[in-house]
Design a protein around this ligand. Structure first.
Ligand code: GDP
Ligand code: MG
Length: 200
């Protein structure tokens, strides 16, 4: 059964804040019916960002392998064949990017929150993410451009990739007293089985 209180972590990266897209992006999560249960503006430390990405012990290998595959698909040779070495460069770029200015960190709650948010956010690379998604609609970066310039891809948003990832990330960014449990009027039309409280 779907967990109606599934939670996911969303970070509006420094480029989203600089481009005045905070409201525009938040609106997409609001209007689909998710509930905002925590939010803050932060300037993260390098250590906090490095931990954020390496909370998943497999992250270095996965991102390294993905990056090598990306180079090969373009007919280019990757800077290294070692996924861990490549991931070190990716991580360095991410740390620089994600500490460059303020970010908005949020927790969104609702049925299928993780998958719904990923769907709205779109694929990692803005150039190939679908039209209609946040990364597809509001930004034009590509791996070609970011790799050439030796920096992280500017894709506006981070969103947890799975419910397990979300739980770990929520704990990394928020203490329990920063997360608010409350009812929204719309919860009834989204989740109530009988809808017997509407007509008078
Ligand atoms: P996300 O969950 O869609 O943000 O993507 P990942 O968790 O796989 O990757 C996190 C970050 O690592 C991305 O936002 C990128 O900055 C970087 N990254 C991921 N995959 C690649 C890749 O194939 N090439 C490069 N250059 N960077 C990547
Ligand atoms: Mg991810």
């Amino acid at each position: 059964m779907a967990n109606k209180k599934e939670r996911t972590l969303v970070v509006l990266k420094p480029d989203a804040v600089q481009r005045n897209l905070i409201g525009e992006i938040i609106q997409r999560f609001e209007r689909i019916g998710l509930k905002l249960v925590a939010m803050k503006m932060v300037v993260a430390s390098e250590n906090h960002i490095e931990k954020h990405y390496t909370l998943d012990p497999e992250w270095r290998r996965k991102v390294g392998e993905k990056t090598i595959k990306g180079y090969k698909e373009k007919g280019q040779s990757p800077p290294s064949e070692d996924p861990i070495k490549i991931s070190k460069q990716v991580l360095e770029g991410l740390v620089k990017f994600m500490t460059s200015g303020p970010m908005i960190v949020m927790i969104w709650e609702g049925a299928h929150a993780v998958k719904i948010v990923r769907k709205l956010v779109g694929g990692t690379e803005p150039l190939s993410s679908d039209v209609g998604t946040i990364r597809g609609d509001y930004v034009l970066d590509s791996y070609e451009m970011s790799d050439t310039d030796g920096r992280a891809i500017r894709n506006l948003v981070h969103a947890s990739g799975s419910a397990e990832e979300a739980e770990i990330e929520v704990n990394h960014w928020f203490s329990p007293d920063e997360i608010i449990s409350y009812r929204l009027v719309q919860d009834e039309i989204l989740y109530d089985v009988n809808l017997d409280g509407i007509l008078e």
